[in-house]
Design a protein around this ligand. Structure first.
Ligand code: NAD
Length: 237
C-alpha cells in the first residue's frame, strides 16, 4: 500500500440517497416538488428571495437530520491506505460528518451562507442552526443567501477541482448522472488515473469512456468489498 497514491472520489446526489436525501434527476424533473427554475436560479432569488430561503431552510433541516451512510464511511476508510480527495457536487456535509478530511464542494455547502451582493465569494458564513432569515445580512448590508451554486451561475471552485482530478491515480465516480455541466466535464481531467470506476444503479447507461469499470449498484453496495480490492490494487503498484 502506498500513501503516495491518490484516490479521487467524485460524488453526486446518489451518494446521499441512502441517507434519505432525495436526488435531483430521479424525480420527474422536480426537486422536492419544486420546479428548479423557481428555487435554484438567480432569477428565482431576485423574484422571491423568501421562497428560495424557505426552500433551502427545509433542505438544510433534512440534511442536518440525515446521517452519513455506509458508503460515506467506506470512503473515509480509504484514507488509511491512500491519500483521498473528494470532489462533491453535493451541498450536504455528509462526507465531512463521516470523517473524510479533504472534501471540496463544487456547488457550495448548505450549512453556509454568502452575500447576495457583488462580493459573494469573498467570505462564507457558517449558519448556526437550521435557518437563514430575511434579517441576516453581510457586513456590507446585503441579504445573505445560501452558499450554493444555482443553475446559470458560474462555478468558482471548478479550477481547483480540475487540478485535483488531474492528480488522481484512482478515480471513483459515484452517484452522479453526469448531466449537470460544467461539473460533469471534470472527469475529462482525470487523464492520469490508471483505474477508473463508476458506481451507480444506472452505471451501464451513463456516459463515460470505455476504460471505466462500471459497477451497477447503489453506493453502499458498490463500495462494499471495494476497500480490499483497492488496497490490493495499490499494493501491487
Ligand atoms: P442527479 O440527481 O442528476 O443524479 C443522481 C444519480 O444518482 C443518478 O445517476 C442515479 O442513478 C444515482 N443514484 C440514485 N440512487 C443511488 C444510490 N442509492 N447510490 C448511488 N447512486 C444512486 O445528481 P447529480 O449528478 O449529483 O446532479 C444534480 C445536482 O443537484 C448536483 O450538482 C447537486 O448540486 C444537486 N443536488 C445535491 C443534493 C445533495 O447535496 N445531497 C441532492 C440533490 C441535488
Amino acid at each position: 500500500m502506498s500513501k503516495t497514491q491518490t484516490i479521487v472520489v467524485f460524488s453526486g446526489a446518489g451518494m446521499s440517497a441512502e441517507s434519505g436525501i432525495k436526488t435531483f434527476r430521479d424525480v420527474d424533473g422536480l426537486w422536492e416538488n419544486h420546479r428548479v427554475e423557481d428555487v435554484a436560479t438567480p432569477e428565482a432569488w431576485l423574484k422571491n428571495p423568501n421562497m428560495v430561503t424557505k426552500f433551502y431552510n427545509e433542505r438544510r433541516i433534512s440534511i442536518i437530520e440525515a446521517t452519513p451512510n455506509e458508503a460515506h464511511f467506506a470512503i473515509t476508510k480509504l484514507e488509511s491506505i491512500s491519500n483521498v480527495d473528494i470532489v462533491t457536487q453535493n451541498i450536504d456535509d455528509l462526507h465531512e460528518r463521516a470523517g473524510s478530511t479533504s472534501v471540496h464542494h463544487l456547488h457550495g455547502n448548505i450549512r453556509y451562507s454568502k452575500s447576495s451582493g457583488p462580493n459573494q465569494e469573498r467570505e462564507y458564513y457558517r449558519i448556526d442552526g437550521f435557518e437563514l432569515t430575511e434579517s441576516d445580512v453581510c457586513p456590507e448590508g446585503f441579504r445573505l443567501r445560501p452558499h450554493v451554486v444555482w443553475f446559470g451561475e458560474s462555478v468558482p471552485a471548478f479550477e481547483n477541482a480540475a487540478a485535483i482530478l488531474e492528480k488522481a491515480d484512482v478515480l471513483i465516480v459515484i452517484g452522479t448522472s453526469l448531466q449537470v455541466y460544467p461539473a460533469a466535464g471534470l472527469i475529462d481531467f482525470a487523464q492520469n488515473a490508471a483505474h477508473k470506476f463508476i458506481i451507480d444503479p444506472k452505471a451501464d447507461i451513463l456516459s463515460v469512456p470505455d476504460d471505466y469499470r462500471r459497477v451497477s449498484a447503489k453506493a453502499t453496495e458498490g463500495m462494499l468489498g471495494f476497500f480490499d480490492e483497492i488496497k490490493n490494487m495499490l499494493s501491487d503498484e
